[in-house]
Design a protein around this ligand. Structure first.
Ligand code: GLN
Length: 280
């Protein structure tokens, strides 16, 4: 069987399993399983694929057909141009979350003065915390999560990207002390009733505790807004990633809690994605 025939067969299996973009995915899997990247493929597509490569390719595709995310096979996902290790204990970094990281970086560079301290709540893989420290090295970054397994991944990601971040096991603010110029969070925000409708990759393979935001999806925003007063300095910024339909509710709750300069920022798809505001 040639590389091209192999790619065609795998694309067929992926399509039958309900996976979109089967052609692109068959190429990613070939690169991952056989080390044959696009350049190699273009030159050698009519060559015979060695038997042991086909076995590896087919095994990887079988996992993907069980809707295991590609990133769980490769163990990595890029975020903000940086490499992040992932496993089943953390949410795979999403491109949408780069909007939050970029907005936080902009504020840290323009507006926070020196001696900046930032807290990242629900850090998961650590993608936000590690990005902030990478792009704003003078900032002191603390990041927490309720899950020790997630913190193990986040710690490895800080090392992997050669930055120092303080990681703490903490249920929101329960284990936090000190004051911060900025608090950022991408908390779980999917309404519980929507979880069963998520794509199988997300629903069956990503940690539900990183997704489930309670009955209306807003549980963590309310808790953080109510409790941040002791930790966020006066004039300090609070930034959240939000679901596409949560901008009005989260802004309103921040307004009721004396936040000012509240703004909802859209993602590249034109959907509300980030809310920011500063403490009086
Ligand atoms: N955006 C993620 C998703 O759609 C959810 C992230 C979260 O709950 N913080 O799967």
């Amino acid at each position: 069987m040639t590389y091209r025939e192999a790619a065609g067969r795998i694309a067929g299996l992926l399509r039958e399993a309900g996976i979109e973009n089967e052609t692109a995915e068959s190429m990613f899997l070939m690169e991952f399983a056989c080390g044959a990247d696009r350049g190699f493929y273009l030159l050698h597509q009519m060559d015979e694929m060695p038997g042991e490569q086909w076995e590896k390719y087919r095994d990887a595709a079988a996992k993907r057909c069980r809707r295991i995310p590609l990133q769980h096979l490769t163990g990595e996902q890029e975020f903000m141009g940086l490499p992040f290790l992932v496993n089943e204990h953390v949410l795979i970094p999403r491109q949408d979350t780069e909007i939050l990281a970029e907005e936080a970086i902009k504020i840290l560079k323009d507006d926070c003065g020196s001696g900046k301290k930032v807290l990242d709540l629900c850090t998961g893989s650590g993608c936000i915390a590690v990005s902030l420290k990478t792009f704003c090295p003078e900032t002191e970054v603390t990041a927490c999560d309720i899950s020790p397994e997630a913190l193990a991944v986040a710690g490895r990601n800080a090392e992997y990207n050669h930055v120092e971040v303080e990681f703490l096991e903490s249920d929101l603010f329960s284990g936090i002390s000190g004051h911060f110029q900025m608090i950022v969070s991408n908390p779980p925000y999917i309404p519980s009733s929507v979880i069963p409708e998520l794509m199988p990759e997300v629903r069956d393979h990503e940690p539900v505790r990183a997704l489930d935001g309670g009955a209306d999806g807003l549980y963590f925003y309310r808790k953080i807004i109510e409790e941040c007063g002791d930790y966020l300095m006066s004039g300090g910024w609070l930034l959240f990633e939000i679901g596409y339909d949560q901008g009005a509710a989260v802004s309103e709750y921040m307004r009721e809690h004396q936040f000012k300069d509240i703004e909802v920022i859209r993602d590249l798809a034109g959907l509300d994605r980030v809310v920011k505001g500063r403490r009086e």
